[in-house]
Write a protein that binds this ligand. Structure first.
Ligand SMILES: [Zn+2]
Length: 213
């Protein structure tokens, strides 16, 4: 596949992912950003400030893995949070960042990593074959200093492993996977788990923040 072919394929994939995510209400008011790796030194990513439910080819751009524009378009302020993931793990092929109500609520409620265990849907994550597995979503404080936040996330992953996603407090969710369809599956599973966690936290004692079956 030529580089042009792979960019066109990324454009098509990101446009349809945007429609699907927007229909769920997870990317309101031009928020959120979506990307797909093109090669070992660049990715396709949504242009800053576009309506993610009505993306066209003009709304997707190329950046290098330092977050610099390769085609003159303006990348999202959060581009470094995507490219840092591509740099740290060559197996990551797509990154989705959303601003759902449940991700925002849970991120404000949690006072540590959000832990999920004993839930069948954990099998949606690559490499997870049983519901007896657990998944931990770290929560980072929001910041407008994206370079500092990207470093904080990367440093954390050096200690705990890359994992499947993280929350930014009062802001939203990041998740990734080896390709775009798998990353969409991870996103839908995480949104389900966050929804479950939020409802479960209403009927469990406040100190029992872990979701147990
Ligand atoms: Zn955001």
């Amino acid at each position: 596949m030529t580089q042009a072919d792979s960019f066109q394929q990324a454009v098509n994939g990101l446009i349809s992912a945007g429609q699907r995510i927007w229909q769920q209400g997870w990317c309101p008011a031009t928020s959120s950003n979506f990307s797909q790796r093109l090669d070992d030194s660049s990715c396709a990513i949504t242009v800053s400030g576009r309506d993610k439910g009505q993306l066209s080819a003009d709304d997707i751009m190329r950046v290098d893995l330092d977050g610099r524009s390769l085609d003159g378009k303006k990348p999202s302020a959060e581009t470094l949070l995507h490219t840092t993931l591509y740099r740290r793990d060559p197996g990551i092929g797509a990154v989705l960042h959303t601003h759902s109500v449940k991700a925002t609520l849970v991120s404000m409620h949690a006072d540590g990593p959000v832990e999920f265990k004993g839930l069948e849907l954990l099998k949606a994550f690559t490499g997870t074959v049983t519901h007896e597995s657990s998944l931990s979503l770290p929560v980072f404080d929001n910041s407008q200093d994206i370079a500092a936040l990207a470093k904080q996330v990367d440093d954390h992953m050096n200690e705990t492993g890359t994992g499947h996603g993280y929350l930014i407090r009062g802001h939203g969710l990041y998740t990734w996977g080896p390709d775009l369809p798998t990353t969409l599956r991870h996103l839908e599973a995480l949104e389900f788990l966050l929804d479950y966690y939020w409802h479960a936290s209403r009927w469990q004692p406040a100190e029992a923040r872990e979701v147990d079956r």
